[in-house]
Design a protein. Sequence first.
Length: 410
Amino acid sequence: MAPASKPDIQTHDMAIIGGGLVGLTLGIALVRHGFEVLVVDIAPPATVLAKEFDGRSSAIAYAGYKLFDAIGLWPHLKDVAQPINEIRVSDGPSRLFVHFDHKELGEEPLGFMLENRHIRLALHDVAKDLDGLTLKAPCKTTSVERDEAFTHIVLDDGTQHQARLLIAADGRGSRIRQDAGIGLAQWSYHQSGIVATVHHEHSHDGIAHERFLPSGPFAILPLTGNRASIVWTATSEETPAIMSLSERGFESEMARRFGDFLGHIKVEGPRWSYPLNFQHAHRYVMPRLALVGDAAHGIHPIAGQGLNLGLKDVAALVEVLVDAARIGRDVGDIAVLERYARWRRSDVLLMCAATDVLNRLFSNDLAPVRIVRDLGLGIVNKLPFARKTFMANARGSMGKLPKLLQGELV
């Protein structure tokens, strides 16, 4: 009797579990630098063609645009991207506010608003024709094991794979992180983010508005055309009642918070709600394992920086891995991966702290706190240095930037 043949095992430099906005961006960036990459995603590619994928849009910092441009993604996005030229921050009915105008820094915008479905579609358009990238979707892992030399992966389509490095990009509920025994610091904000797209009568002129209300921030974010993405933070107790409103009732409540500066508003498509919480992984790396994006950290959306943190992870990890590979080091070596963890941890913790403090400071209606924060907004608005520092942070141009965030391949 002939011996049973061994199953074919496909070998890759890296395997990324999670092919969402961060995971597939990372896969494309790694392949652009010569690596062989496997990306496994639970969602089918056809989903990205749906008119409404998940209702969310993202504010991409100018540094994120630079990354997208460097890896060849921007030509697929430029016609659906809305530049953010100004940001106006106000505290409820207070007359004191902060106005950030990109012209104080130069001609380039602070960033761009993009609907998540458009980013996903662009990522799949690029990935499907990219030699060196194996995309398995829809697909699940049935077995993941790490040893001294490889991570061994079995997928539910029966294929077997091995890679020098496993990268978890599978979101806040990351199974890879859980199976590795990496714990979390986490808490709930007892809030939900209600997301909708509206059409409005007057032009938004590329201005993003953040209004702080007692239940949480109410953001009006410009999209292409006379449209805006609304991120309405409500308490967990309020959310069910808001979500059950009729279309007319929902528009009426939104208009009450919106004001009339953009004229008549009309909700386009469904509305969604998402529970808001904080979480931060105790570790970003282990031997042959790295966490990126929401698998590593999840913050409050108050500053719109969630995806931008993930794109910074992408840029830093790519640079670390390219540098290691060029001198013949093992990309899964913990000493290599610790450089990535050190690079990202302080920046992430600073943003975690900033968004947490801002939400706690502005999501209440205590008179003494309200007076202090309103005075703070007024003072910041009068200080050019403070405004420019904020805008530089919003553009993602502060600190030691990886080359991809400067628009350069490593």
